[in-house]
Design a protein around this ligand. Structure first.
Ligand code: ARG
Length: 611
C-alpha cells in the first residue's frame, strides 16, 4: 500500500507540475490518504485545494489534471473528481487481493526499512540507584522498550542506553543511614527494599530534626530540592553529616566508594530481574557516574564557547526571547523564553544538567547518533528544552526528541518515592500475574496448573504493559486492576484471547490437512475487502509510531483489526465454506493472526496459541 500511495502521489505531483509549471510549494509527492468515508472510495488526494488557492486557479482544474494522470493506473478501478476539488480513488479488488497475498508471503508483513542507515540512541527506563523502580518509572520502561522494538522493526540501528541515576546526593544520605540503621538480615533478603527503608528513615529523621514538614511536592531532582532547602536556613545535623559523606565519596574515600559500588551492584541486580520479566534489554548502562571525569571539561568548554558565564559564582547559560542561548555579550533579558540553566553550582558542584551535556556529546560523537530519544515523565520538559538549546549552540544538528509522558497514578494519588509511598514494580507485576492466573482458571477450567500459570504470566504482564501503551502518552493514566485486566475493550487480554481464538480456527483447518499459504486471496464480499485493506495498513501504522513515538496508534490499530476480524467471522463461514472460498478466508485469517502477533510483539506483549 505504501509503495502504491507514493507512486500515485508522485504521479499526481508531476501532473500538477506540468499544469502549473512547478510553482513554489509543490511537493515532489502529493499526499495520498485513506478516504474518510466509504463513498469517497479507498484513497483520497486532498492537496489540490490549497495549491489552487496559492496558484489562483480553480481547484477543480487541478483535481481534473490529477485525475487524468491517474486514470488507467493498474491498481485503480475508478478515479473521480469530487466536491470543490478532491480526487477520490477506488482500488481494484484484484489489486487489493494480490497486495494482501504478497503481504502474507512476506516474512516482515510489508514492513519497510525506512530507518536504514540511521542510528537512534534511545534513553529509557533510567531509574535511580538505591531507590526502587516504582510505578512512575514503569511507563518509561514500557513505552521506551516498545519504541525500541518499533524502531528496530523499520530498519533503524538502535542503541538502547539505560542512563541510571548512579551518582548524586542520595548516596551521602544512604551511607549515613546504612551505618546507623542497617538491618543485615533484611539487606541480605532484599537489598533494594532495605535501601529504600534506610532512605525513608533518613528523610523522616531529617524532617524530625528540621522540626517542620518537608515540601510535600516530590522533586524530579535532589539537587534542586536541596538547593531550596539550603536557602531556607541552617541544615539539620543529619543532613550536614550526609553532605560530609558525599564529599568524601566524591573525593574517592575508599570505604564510601566501596559502599557506593555495592549499592549500585545490588540495585542493578534488582532492576535486571524486572527487565527479564518484562523482556527489556539495553545495549549500554551508561549511568550518570560514567561522565564524572568529563564534567570539568564540559563546563570549561561551555565557557570558552561563550555559552555559559559566571553568575554569582555559578556557571550559567542564559536564553533569549526565542529560547536560544544568549550570546555572552548580551545581558540576561527579562523576557527570556527559558529560565537560566545552571551547569556548575556556586559551590563548584556539577549537576544533572552538566551530566546531560556530557551524555549528549558522547551520543553524538562516539555513538554517532542521527536521532536521540529520551523517554521520561512530563516534569522534565523544561530541562530538556534547555539542554537541547545548549546542544544546538554547541553545533548539534541531529534530531533531539524528549519523549515525555504523563505521570501515572494509582487510583489514590501520584506515586512519590520520598515518603516511601511507593508501589514496587515487582509487587505490581506479581499482583498482575496472580489476578490473571485466577481469571485464566475461571475462563479455561480445562487448563492444567502449569498452563494456568503461563496464561497468568503472559496476560498479567501484557495487561500492565498495554495499559500504559494504549493511551496517548501525554495524558495522565490512572491505573485500576479492573480496567487493565478486562477481557473486553481495548486491553491486552482482549487481543490475546482474540489471537488464541484465531489460532484455534487455524488449528482445526490444519487438522483437516489444510496448509495455509499465500494462495490467491479473493475478496468476495465488502467485509472481506475491508478486512484486507486494514491488514494492508499495518506497515503504515508501524512507520507512524516510529516517526511520532506514539505507541497507542499501534494499539488502536490492533484493537480495530481484532474487531474487524470478529465482524468478518460472525457472518463469513471459514471452515464450512466451499474449498476455494475456504482457502482464501483461511489465508486472510492467518494473516490477521500474524499481524496481531507481530504488532503485539513490537509492543513487547506475548501471545499464546491456547488460553
Ligand atoms: N534518572 C532520571 C530520573 O529518574 C531519568 C534520566 C533520563 N535521562 C537523561 N539523560 N536525563 O528522573
Amino acid at each position: 500500500m505504501l509503495d502504491l500511495t507514493s507512486d500515485l502521489g508522485q504521479r499526481a505531483a508531476r501532473a500538477l507540475a506540468s499544469l502549473l509549471g512547478s510553482p513554489e510549494g509543490l511537493p515532489a509527492e502529493m499526499a495520498v490518504v485513506r478516504a474518510g468515508k466509504p463513498e469517497f472510495g479507498d484513497l483520497q488526494i486532498n492537496g489540490c485545494l490549497p495549491l489552487a488557492k496559492q496558484a489562483k486557479r480553480p481547484p477543480r482544474e487541478l483535481a481534473t489534471a490529477v485525475a487524468q494522470a491517474l486514470e488507467g493506473h493498474p491498481a485503480l478501478a475508478k478515479v473521480e473528481v469530487a466536491g470543490p476539488g478532491f480526487v477520490n480513488l477506488h482500488l481494484r479488488d484484484e489489486w487489493v487481493a494480490a497486495a494482501t497475498a504478497r503481504q502474507l508471503a512476506d516474512g516482515r508483513l510489508g514492513l519497510r526499512d525506512v530507518g536504514r542507515g540511521q542510528r537512534v540512541v534511545i534513553d529509557y527506563s533510567s531509574p535511580n540507584v538505591a531507590k526502587p523502580m516504582h510505578i512512575g518509572h514503569i511507563r518509561s520502561t514500557i513505552v521506551g522498550s516498545a519504541l525500541h522494538r518499533v524502531l528496530a522493526a523499520v530498519g533503524y540501528d538502535v542503541i538502547a542506553d539505560n542512563h541510571i541515576g548512579d551518582w548524586g546526593t542520595q548516596f551521602g544520605k544512604l551511607i549515613v543511614a546504612y551505618r546507623r540503621w542497617l538491618d543485615p538480615a533484611a539487606y541480605a533478603a532484599d537489598p533494594v527494599g532495605e535501601l529504600l527503608r534506610l532512605y525513608v528513615k533518613f528523610v523522616a529523621e531529617e524532617k524530625r530534626e528540621r522540626g517542620e514538614m518537608v515540601d510535600a511536592h516530590a522533586h524530579a531532582h535532589e539537587e534542586e530540592a536541596e538547593g531550596e532547602e539550603e536557602a531556607q536556613g541552617p541544615a539539620p545535623p543529619i543532613l550536614e553529616e550526609a553532605r560530609r559523606e558525599l564529599v568524601k565519596l566524591q573525593a574517592g574515600d575508599s570505604e564510601n566508594r566501596a559502599l557506593w559500588r555495592k549499592f549500585i551492584a545490588d540495585s542493578r541486580h534488582a532492576f535486571q530481574e524486572i527487565y527479564d520479566r518484562l523482556g527489556v534489554r539495553f545495549d549500554y548502562w551508561l549511568g550518570e557516574s560514567t561522565y564524572n571525569d568529563l564534567l570539568p571539561t564540559v563546563v570549561a568548554e561551555l565557557g570558552r564557547r561563550g555559552i555559559a558565564r559566571d553568575s554569582r559564582g555559578a556557571q550559567v547559560a542564559f536564553f533569549d526571547e526565542q529560547g536560544e542561548v544568549l550570546p555572552r555579550e548580551r545581558e540576561p533579558v527579562e523576557e527570556a523564553k527559558l529560565p537560566p540553566f545552571i551547569v556548575q553550582k556556586s559551590d563548584g558542584g556539577f549537576n544533572y544538567a552538566t551530566t546531560d551535556i556530557a551524555t549528549m556529546s558522547l551520543r553524538v560523537g562516539l555513538l554517532g547518533a542521527s536521532r536521540i530519544l529520551i523517554v521520561t515523565d512530563e516534569r522534565q520538559q523544561l530541562h530538556f528544552r534547555q539542554l537541547f538549546a545548549v546542544a544546538r549552540r554547541m553545533g548539534v544538528t541531529i534530531a533531539l526528541e524528549h519523549v515525555w509522558f504523563g505521570l501515572m497514578r494509582m487510583a489514590d494519588g501520584t506515586i512519590k518515592t520520598r515518603e516511601g509511598n511507593v508501589i514496587h514494580l515487582r509487587e505490581l507485576l506479581d499482583e498482575a500475574e496472580r489476578r490473571a492466573t485466577i481469571a485464566a482458571g475461571e475462563h479455561g477450567p480445562e487448563l492444567s496448573e502449569a498452563e494456568r500459570r503461563e496464561v497468568g504470566r503472559v496476560v498479567g504482564i501484557g495487561a500492565v504493559k498495554y495499559n500504559d501503551l494504549s493511551k496517548d502518552r501525554q495524558t495522565l493514566v490512572t491505573f485500576t486492576w479492573d480496567k487493565a485486566l478486562a477481557l473486553q475493550g481495548n486491553t491486552a487480554p482482549y487481543l490475546q484471547y482474540a489471537y488464541a481464538r484465531i489460532r484455534s480456527i487455524l488449528r482445526k483447518a490444519a487438522e483437516g490437512g489444510e496448509i495455509v499459504g499465500a494462495q490467491t486471496i479473493s475478496l468476495g464480499t465488502p467485509v472481506e475487502r475491508e478486512l484486507a485493506k486494514r491488514l494492508l495498513g499495518y506497515p503504515e501504522t508501524v512507520e507512524q509510531v516510529a516517526r511520532t513515538c506514539r505507541p497507542h496508534v499501534l494499539c488502536d490499530y490492533l484493537f480495530e483489526l481484532a474487531g474487524a476480524f470478529s465482524g468478518f467471522y460472525a457472518d463469513h463461514p471459514v471452515l464450512k465454506a466451499e474449498p476455494a472460498v475456504r482457502a482464501s478466508r483461511l489465508a486472510l485469517t492467518e494473516l490477521v493472526a500474524r499481524v496481531l502477533r507481530d504488532g503485539l510483539r513490537l509492543l513487547g506483549i506475548e501471545v499464546l496459541d491456547r488460553m
